[in-house]
Design a protein around this ligand. Structure first.
Ligand code: AMP
Ligand code: GLY
Length: 422
């Protein structure tokens, strides 16, 4: 089969490497992919948001199956358009991708169907939000309604920070139209867990749980980033909590989307907080997480293409989804200065990898056969092993064999998870 993968990050590289293991896959195209992904897929410079361009490419290349991975093409209706051309896809249609595309939508859904989440109020006007915050307690959480490259959340420690945040989002429009509406949300506490799941609208099959490390600096300090590293499984996510999440969150969400006429088929990502009052939803994503995918897929033992086809065809309950018993860790190598200003264009030297080691390229381009850095998050060094301790140690050993001039990584990925296991 000829498979098309939309996107250009480390997550897409992990999806492509997993798909390559399927005996059914003859060829993989990536739009646009990147200089590193080019080692595993044929890349063409069509942007992930150019839906007409993607549709034309898929038709011209007689694609048999398409995997739409990033949030923006999903929200823009890429799956709808490809399916209309008769190309089966993995990924939700636009009317279901809204679960990530609008935080107001997802909050209202959770309220309507009694799915546990933080209390919140919605505002369409900055002055009303500021007046409300003046009477509220802190920290308070302010969220832009729409997509904001994972940066639309402000945790305000006091009223001044809250007011500044509201003005940035609603008046200065730092996230564009995404800030036309905001949510002001109760601040929750507890360990965070990412649970990616496959769902065809009839069954939800959670993947192995994971833990992201979103802050730039060791000790969870510094600015929020797209994610500096991950481990799987997440030790806080016990079997008992998993059962509770299935009953109170996963199945109710699937049924709620069906009841709204927005059946979700694809990867539904549950961003959870394990609060003293039980697990609550922090956010939904309509796609695989990045860099969660880089630790989840190395542990998948079943055929990813078969699972994706089953999700598309509504036959997930008949399909095997098996994860290994081990653990995985991914350490992100970023350009020094990320998520603010950084330089790029440095040559990356990559080592040979052994079994259970993976290098997932996110921000690199090919220049006459040399791989040069071209983004904030450059790549992920991932390893799977029998224990989390070993996976962390192997991922760092791999990361230390990779070189480019201004490479930066956190030194404590997995530390909190290992401490929690003791
Ligand atoms: P999000 O972009 O929705 O993933 O939010 C980014 C981060 O903000 C999350 O990973 C949490 O650490 C934090 N966060 C979001 N909502 C809340 C909340 N209601 N209470 C506490 N922290 C939150
Ligand atoms: N790692 C968080 C996300 O993909 O949104």
């Amino acid at each position: 089969m000829k498979v098309l993968v939309i996107g250009s990050g480390g997550r897409e590289h992990a999806v492509i490497k997993a798909l390559k293991k399927s005996p059914k896959v003859e060829k993989i195209y990536a739009l646009p992919g990147n200089g590193g992904i080019a080692a595993d897929a044929e890349c063409y410079p069509v942007k992930a948001t150019d839906i007409d361009g993607i549709a034309a490419f898929a038709k011209n290349h007689t694609i048999d199956f398409a995997v739409v991975t990033p949030d923006d093409p999903l929200v823009l209706g890429c799956v709808d358009q490809l399916e209309e051309l008769g190309i089966p896809c993995f990924g939700p249609r636009a009317n279901a991708a809204i679960i990530e595309g609008s935080k107001v939508f997802s909050k209202n859904l959770m309220k309507k169907y009694g799915i546990p989440t933080a209390e919140s109020e919605t505002f369409t006007n900055a002055e009303d939000a500021i007046a409300y915050l003046k009477k509220g307690s802190f920290p308070a959480v302010i969220k832009a309604d729409g997509l904001a490259l994972g940066k639309g959340v402000i945790i305000a420690q006091n009223f001044d920070e809250a007011e500044a945040g509201v003005r940035e989002i609603m008046c200065d429009k730092v996230f564009g139209a995404s800030g036309n509406r905001i949510l002001v949300e109760e601040f929750l506490t507890g360990p965070e867990v990412s649970v990616l799941s496959f769902t065809d609208g009839k069954t939800v099959v959670p993947m192995v749980s994971s833990m992201d490390h979103k802050r730039a600096l060791d000790g969870d300090l510094g600015l929020n980033t797209g994610g500096m590293g991950t481990v799987a499984p997440n030790p806080y996510y016990t079997e008992e909590i998993a059962k509770q999440c299935m009953e109170t969150i996963f199945l109710p969400t699937m049924h709620a989307m069906n009841a709204e006429g927005r059946t979700f088929q694809g990867c539904l990502y549950f961003g959870l907080m394990l609060t003293p009052k039980g697990p609550k939803v922090i956010e939904y994503n309509c796609r695989f997480g990045d860099p969660e995918t880089q630790v989840v897929l190395p542990l998948l033992e079943s055929d990813l293409l078969e699972i994706m086809q089953a999700v598309r065809n509504g036959t997930l309950s008949e399909t095997e989804v098996r994860f290994g018993k081990g653990a995985a860790c991914c350490v992100v190598l970023a350009s020094e200065g990320y998520p603010k200003h950084y330089e790029s264009g440095f040559e990356i030297s990559l080592p040979n990898v052994c079994e259970h080691e993976y290098i997932y390229i996110a921000g690199a381009k090919d220049a006459d056969g040399k791989l040069l850095t071209s983004g904030g998050r450059v790549l992920g060094a991932a390893a799977a092993a029998d224990t989390l301790q070993q996976a962390v140690s192997n991922a760092y050993a791999l990361a230390n064999r990779i070189h480019f001039e201004n490479a930066y990584m956190r030194k404590d990925i997995g530390k909190r998870a290992l401490a929690a296991m003791k």
